[in-house]
Design a protein around this ligand. Structure first.
Ligand code: NAP
Length: 306
């Protein structure tokens, strides 16, 4: 059969995506649900057209996990891209999050319906309590019910530090499947990660690139490691997350970066590289400190609807 240059290129891209999907690793959550170890996040992409385009391009690049939140104000755009993609629903893993303002049993149930409607879906793969503030015990009871009714495949939390996570586990029936926390080479969450492992909670990284802070993409140690494998700093960081068993959801609005960030299946960091990156840990966040009074005040005051 004769192919023109464009068709040849399209065929090659399709084959590459199929290969990447084949190699893409998954984690198995504490309820048996499979979750891709690498996904795509859409925080700080509030413009609907830009968000829809970014999610469409991420899906074209091979991502199957999309991470949004009610507070990102872009669930509709994510839903539009999912619909247009034509990808069978069961091949996707869609996460959204319940905002602080909607905490509590009744509010959480309503907020879940609103999110599902905006996304244009009839079930969610993962629903997270976005922040450990307001009546999140009431939220959890609502989420446990939605989970048991089959409307959510897995429920979890985000930004729950060890004390709050363990307290929630000890006082409820369903153990969170996931805890999405800030983690990257500068903030490795070694203690929190151990606690999550002890209780069977999957750690997921937000800000896998430290949101670009501290010139991470120019970091000499990471660049030096990348040179050995012909990989970029971003690819080294994502590979490091994968090898630590951390699910990550890098965000980019540039297709070439989405493709770069997804091309991490064909190399393995040595133990020596992993130990070298371990030395970069500062043991604290420079983005947000969840232990301050200010953060409780700011996040409780952050309204996403009337
Ligand atoms: N649960 C929570 O409280 C919480 C908080 C924050 C984030 N999140 C989730 O985690 C996701 C990821 O975190 P994040 O968006 O905060 O930060 P991030 O993924 O660590 O960093 C995103 C930044 O890196 C840039 N970038 C991406 N790939 C790159 C590459 N290959 N080379 C150079 N620069 C690159 C992006 O720029 P461009 O876009 O211009 O390419 C953007 O400025 C979010 O989108 C969201 O889904 C959750």
């Amino acid at each position: 059969m004769f192919y023109g240059k464009q068709q040849e290129h399209a065929l090659l891209v399709t084959i590459l995506i199929m290969l990447e999907e084949f190699y893409m690793q998954k984690v198995i959550l504490n309820n048996g649900v499979e979750m891709p170890i690498l996904g795509f996040g859409v925080f700080q992409v509030p413009d609907p057209a830009q968000c829809e385009q970014a999610v469409s391009e991420a899906l074209e690049s091979g991502y199957r996990l999309i991470d949004t939140a009610a507070a990102y104000m872009n669930e509709e755009a994510v839903g539009a891209a999912i619909k247009k993609s034509g990808i069978p629903r069961e091949e996707l893993f869609i996460t959204t999050k319940l905002w602080v303002q909607d905490a509590g049993y009744e509010n959480a149930k309503k907020a879940f319906d609103v999110s599902l409607k905006k996304l244009g879906l009839d079930y969610l793969d993962l629903y997270l309590i976005h922040q450990p503030f307001n009546d999140y015990y009431g939220s959890w009871r609502a989420m446990e019910e939605l989970y048991k009714e089959g409307k959510i495949r897995a429920i979890g939390v985000s930004n729950f530090y060890p004390d709050r996570l363990v307290d929630l586990i000890l006082n409820n029936e369903v153990v969170p499947a996931v805890n999405q926390v800030e983690t990257h080479p500068f903030f490795q969450q070694k203690v929190a990660k151990k606690v999550m492992e002890e209780y069977g909670v999957q750690i997921q990284s937000w800000g896998p690139f430290a949101e670009g802070q501290k010139n991470i993409f120019q970091n000499k140690l990471l660049a030096g490691i990348g040179e050995k494998y012909g990989k970029t700093v971003a690819q080294v960081i994502l590979r490091w997350h994968i090898q630590r068993g951390v699910v990550s959801i890098p965000k980019s609005v540039h297709k070439e970066r989405m493709v770069e960030n997804f091309n991490v299946w064909n190399f393995t960091l040595s133990d020596e590289d992993m130990s070298a990156i371990a030395t970069m840990d500062l043991g604290k966040s420079e983005i947000v400190d969840h232990f301050t009074a200010d953060i409780a005040k700011v996040l409780n005051g952050w309204k996403i609807h009337e």
